[in-house]
Design a binder for this molecule. Structure first.
Ligand code: ADP
Length: 589
């Protein structure tokens, strides 16, 4: 027999149920009040505005945990609308979803409950997700959803009086699987709508802040990484920004500059004048400045006005490009043209003079020995012209980025050294030549003409730059599959500060002793390229007033190194090209 409930008892039960509900409503209202207050704090930015993705992540995690706890739900996930794809995409972090589930969970904004809530801006409760025709079944299965409460994520923009002037729907918020009685109720909706509004506002302002901060960081990185110096000065003459290149150019330490008056940081009066002129409304200017400190440099400066919201001048931005090297190459190029003309004219004048003398000698005034001496001089001067022209041709090949083709043969390097020294002897009677060859020197696979050119350039420099004579020593030795050749003189030597730039084109030491000798400044540049075409290296050691040693090291069998062949052999001539990358990267441009 079942116990029948009397009306009195029923009333009691209803009273109890009402009490329970009242308590629960009070509990929820208190939780809502707390959550809203905490979210408002975060969104109004009072204690600590969200400025990083990590902070946003932590805030959302905390928010989702609280929602899950208050609504007694297993899962909660925010979906944001992506205009580029037209999809609503689940966001990380999510409550009760794995990272994989979050990554898969996305729907078109026209699909399912998510799409409907997003389009209509009204919440939807579903008690049975599996049978509800509006749900997307793969997602219901994927996330193991039983019941759902979905609300729109609306961002409101208010005016000064607190009136909502703009509403923007940025996505939806799903809460899945209510634990207690298995269905979400109306009071859950009211609560969650209010919370979703705060969350949407937090997300949209944090995302905006993070995007702006990222962009700012990116801009700063770009500015700091620029080779050009950038200086921004405000209308009061204070530095607003000075990138590291500009600090380096003006010898300003890394932590100095920003916020200080320009005149305190940069002493150069010409810079002040340019900035002042731009600030006082003169049009953008471009000028070339010579700056003496911290070192002598030439800068190309460009200034432009910065204008504020109401179009008045708020500052000046100046960019500085260091054109010292450019100007020096230009100067060296024009010097080069005049020295080349001279170098061409000198042997030609001599050749012409001796031929004329011989032609005019109709009476047979000069005897056979003297005539032979004249022919020898003409021959030597012709060689000088041929060498110069071949240097110029090689230079133009390198400059136009074409490869220096090598014709590889097996060569006895001792023999090449002897030949080159023999032909150089005719240029001097002040020098002794010493050749030190290692015993049993192996043959080497190289381009014979190019190695001849390398040695000729080094030996003719050794003669030229030891005008008082002395011994010139050529050493050849082999070790570990490499052949080292060094040319040592007892000449004027090279100042230390020039050593690093010696192999760059047109570079000539500007000392009195060095300038006394005619030259084009391309000999060592070619030596470097010819050696590197053989996958070798060239170096120099020198002591001012004592002499210099130039050493180049070549692989003994370049053809084997390149193709993996055993040996190129005496007759097997092979062609190869300069290593990738063309002319040396350390060239001034
Ligand atoms: P150049 O035609 O001027 O001789 P190079 O490129 O051969 O051009 O040499 C560049 C500069 O290096 C020379 O102008 C000279 O100042 C210096 N130099 C080269 N070889 C020597 C050397 N053996 N001793 C001293 N200085 C040298």
């Amino acid at each position: 027999m079942t116990e029948q409930a009397t009306p009195g008892r029923q009333e009691e039960e209803i009273q109890e149920e009402l009490e329970r509900l009242r308590a629960r409503i009070a509990e929820l209202q208190e939780a809502k009040r707390q959550l809203e207050a905490e979210l408002r704090d975060t969104s109004s930015g009072a204690p600590a505005p969200i400025t990083t993705a990590a902070e946003l992540d932590a805030t959302l995690r905390w928010f989702l945990r609280r929602v899950g706890m208050i609504l007694q739900a297993e899962k909660a996930v925010l979906m944001l609308y992506e205009p580029e794809t037209g999809e609503l995409v689940a966001q990380s972090p999510a409550l009760g979803l794995t990272q994989d589930e979050v990554e898969i969970f996305r729907v078109r904004a026209t699909q399912g409950i998510s799409g409907q809530v997003f389009r209509e801006g009204r919440p939807i409760i579903t008690d049975d997700a599996t049978s509800d025709p509006r749900t997307v079944k793969e997602n219901v299965a994927l996330l193991n959803v039983r019941n759902v409460l979905t609300v729109p994520l609306v961002v409101e923009r208010k005016d000064a009086e607190g009136m909502v002037v703009e509403r923007n729907n940025i996505g939806v918020f799903h809460v899945f699987n209510k634990r207690a009685n298995g269905r979400f109720a109306e009071e859950d909706v009211t609560l969650i709508i209010a919370l979703a509004k705060s969350a949407a506002s937090v997300i949209s302002s944090a995302k905006l802040y993070i995007a702006v901060a990222d962009e700012k960081r990116e801009l700063e990185r770009t500015l700091q990484g620029m080779l050009a110096g950038v200086l921004v000065v405000d209308s009061d003459g204070h530095i607003r920004l000075m990138n590291s290149a500009a600090k380096h150019m003006f010898g300003v330490s890394a932590d100095d500059g920003t916020g200080k008056p320009l005149s305190q940081v940069i002493r150069d009066e010409e810079v002040h004048e340019l900035i002042r002129s731009c600030l006082s409304g003169n049009a953008e200017a471009s000028a070339e400045l010579s700056v003496a400190s911290p070192e002598e440099r030439i800068f190309q400066v460009q200034t432009a006005m910065l204008r504020g919201d109401n179009d008045d001048i708020s500052g000046v931005v100046a960019t500085f490009n260091d054109i010292t090297e450019l100007r020096s190459v230009e100067r060296m190029k024009s010097e080069f043209v005049s020295t080349v003309s001279h170098e061409l004219r000198t042997p030609l004048t001599s050749i012409k003079g001796f031929i004329r003398t011989l032609l005019d000698d109709t009476e047979g005034y000069y005897d056979r020995v003297t005539q032979t001496e004249f022919y020898r001089i003409i021959d030597t001067e012709c060689d000088r012209l041929v060498r110069l022209i071949s240097d110029l041709l090689n230079l133009s090949r390198i400059e136009s980025g074409r490869a220096l083709d090598l014709v590889l043969t097996s060569v006895d390097l001792g023999e090449v050294v002897n030949q080159v020294i023999d032909s150089q002897r005719s240029y001097t009677n002040r020098h002794e030549f010493e050749i030190i060859l290692q015993d049993d020197l192996p043959r080497i696979v190289v381009d014979r003409d190019k190695v001849d050119q390398i040695l000729t350039n080094l030996l003719s420099n050794a003669i030229k730059y030891s005008p008082d004579g002395g011994t010139i020593t050529v050493r050849v030795q082999e070790a570990d599959g490499k052949m080292a050749v060094s040319v040592t003189d007892e000449g004027i030597g090279i100042p230390e500060e020039h050593i690093g730039r010696l192999f760059t084109r047109f570079h000539r030491v500007d000392s009195r002793d060095s300038r006394k000798q005619y030259g084009t400044g391309i000999g060592l540049y070619l030596v470097k390229h010819l050696v590197e075409a053989h996958h070798g290296e060239v170096s120099v050691e020198s002591k001012l007033g004592k002499g210099s040693t130039f050493t180049f090291v070549l692989p003994t069998d370049l053809s084997r190194e390149q193709s993996g062949l055993e040996s190129a052999g005496e007759s097997a001539a092979a062609s190869t090209a300069e290593p990738a990358g063309g002319p040396a990267a350390d060239e001034p441009s």
